[in-house]
Ligand binder design. Structure first.
Ligand code: NOJ
Length: 535
């Protein structure tokens, strides 16, 4: 069953276009490649796809440096290919979300090129954040870019421009009404081409205040804001609420206007999800108030340890927080910015957690390759592409490991992804992880996802809230088992490396690993596994 509206309890499959499927042998995935594999996507049982950017871009930050937001970069195809991809997706009953990147443009965007030629104080410069140096010659403030190094770059006449990310990604000034007008044009452009909604990049960053104020620990803050950077959680969560450039009140005015635009498309059920990692977590609820956006990403599971107490805390908190604004949570275990879940936790742990999460209320985002249980790729330094690697002088490795292309078939790299040389190296070690091999193996990760998504649609979607199950043997305070009940299904996750027996009867719908043993009103749950039981 599908939820109503469609996005409420949807499973949304994230495609990183460069890494999905290459149709023309240039080593990079493209839109016709995606279109040709939509049957595969459909076979997973997902409701929608979200595509990371494929717009005109010099590709300094994997396309999140947009030079023309209303055109397709030739490396991915053209606008006709985009239209074809959307139409084919719709013919398969898959919705399509695309990225919109409103915090910054590429330095190759015509506006920034005009700003470089224009004088200080000009209308052209006012579309970005240009400032003079301090009287002593120092930078306008001490902020460190999220990709390392200063957040400011100097132009020929001595002024500096602000960039929270790479120097090729100048931040836009949303106080200039031309910026809002241009983004409304972009949103309409893609909606008119047929997309069903947007993932909003750095949704909490658009409005800048206190631009000239220094931060007491700018390097610590920059590290804390990156999920690929390991950090003591106490330190991270103490720093995060101090971010001076995110989550200002003004961003909500922007989304109220966008919501009116989305609603003007009437029964198209257009939706938008905010990438907004904000602190304290309660602030995330503001993005999904009834007159704002439809969903906000939940980052809690992207750095969560495999610990029952931690998982209980973040899952119950997310559900409760969203309830306060009558919204449902979203869940994600991996994305293109963080180490893949199988690498972070281990293969069996990641399967158990995926099955645990797929029964929860709300929407789940699955990052392409996650369904295969892929680990991060091993990237030699000379092959790295992420600006983080270059801006930190190689000290931080960046996010390329999570972006290695998908292995489709065959026994040797590049596993059918391309007939050329893949843009990131692939290794023969993935030969048992291909889609071809896993399709034929009943107990593969791929078939676990397929079966779970089909059972989710049959037994869980539209079945309301969960009830945590507690007893001396399992529950919120047990380190070995975490369990809840939803609709007619009880979900048990055994986090220990040994089997656990629980007192329950019913039909085993699915298990993430091993073979459960049921007798005398008890079921033995295999080590590190999750089980769904229909009661
Ligand atoms: C978040 C995106 O997911 C990431 O890939 C990108 O580098 C930054 N925003 C900047 O756009």
């Amino acid at each position: 069953m599908k939820s109503s509206p469609w996005w409420k309890e949807a499973t949304i499959y994230q495609i990183y276009p460069r890494s999905f499927f290459d149709s023309n042998g240039d080593g990079e995935g493209d839109l016709p490649g995606i279109t040709s594999k939509l049957e595969y996507v459909k076979s997973l049982g997902v409701d929608a796809i979200w595509l990371s950017p494929f717009y005109t871009s010099p590709n300094k930050d994997g396309g999140y440096d947009v030079a023309d937001p209303r055109d397709v970069d030739p490396r991915f195809g053209n606008l006709a290919d985009a239209k074809e991809m959307i139409d084919v997706a719709h013919s398969l009953d898959l919705r399509v979300l695309v990225d919109v990147v409103p915090n910054h443009f590429s330095d190759q965007h015509v506006w920034f090129q005009e700003a470089l030629k224009a004088a200080r104080g000009s209308q052209e410069r006012s579309r970005f954040h240009f400032y003079d140096a301090n009287p002593d010659g120092t930078l306008p403030n001490n902020w460190i870019s999220l990709f390392g190094g200063p957040s400011w770059t100097q132009v020929e006449d001595g002024q500096f421009y602000l960039h929270l990310f790479d120097s090729s990604q100048p931040d836009l000034n949303w106080e200039n009404p031309e910026v809002a007008a241009d983004f409304e044009k972009t949103l309409r452009f893609w909606l008119d081409l047929g997309v069903d909604g947007f993932r909003i990049d750095v949704a909490h960053g658009l409005v800048k205040e206190d631009v000239l104020k220094d931060h007491p620990d700018p390097q610590g803050l920059s590290d804390a804001l990156r999920l690929d950077m390991p950090m003591d959680p106490e330190k991270r969560y103490a720093l995060l609420p101090t971010v001076p450039f995110f989550d200002r009140q003004g961003v909500h005015e922007i989304y109220r206007e966008w919501r009116k635009l989305f609603d003007s498309y009437g029964d198209r059920d257009v939706m938008a999800v905010a990438e907004a990692w904000v602190h304290p977590p309660v602030n995330s609820t503001r993005y999904v108030r009834p007159d704002e956006l439809h969903q906000v990403f939940n980052f809690d599971l992207l750095d969560a340890p495999f610990s029952s107490i931690h998982l209980y805390d973040v899952i119950s908190r997310s559900i409760d927080l969203m309830k306060s604004v009558a919204a449902l949570p979203t869940w994600a275990l991996s994305n293109h910015d963080s180490p893949r879940v199988a690498t972070r936790m281990g293969e069996q742990e990641s399967r158990a957690l995926a099955l645990f999460v797929l029964a929860l209320p709300g929407s789940t985002y699955v990052y392409a390759g996650q369904e295969l249980g892929l680990p991060d790729g091993v990237i030699p330094d000379e092959s790295r592409q992420d600006p983080i690697y270059f801006r930190t002088g190689g000290q931080q490795k960046g996010r390329d490991g999570a972006r290695v292309p998908l292995p489709w078939n065959g026994d040797t790299a590049p596993f059918g992804f391309t007939s050329g040389t893949p843009w990131l190296p692939m290794h023969d070690g993935w030969k048992d992880s291909t889609i071809e091999k896993q399709s034929a193996e009943p107990k593969s990760s791929l078939n676990l996802y397929r079966n779970a998504l089909s059972l989710r649609a049959e037994h869980l979607v539209n079945n309301g809230k969960i009830q945590w199950l507690e007893s001396p043997h399992h529950g919120a305070h047990s380190s070995s088992v975490l369990a809840y009940h939803r609709g007619s299904v009880s979900v048990y996750m055994n986090l220990e490396n040994s089997p656990v027996e629980v007192e329950i009867t019913g039909k085993v719908l699915i298990v993430s690993a091993g073979v459960p043993d049921g007798r005398d009103g008890k079921i033995t749950i295999p080590p590190i596994s999750t089980i769904w039981i229909q009661r």
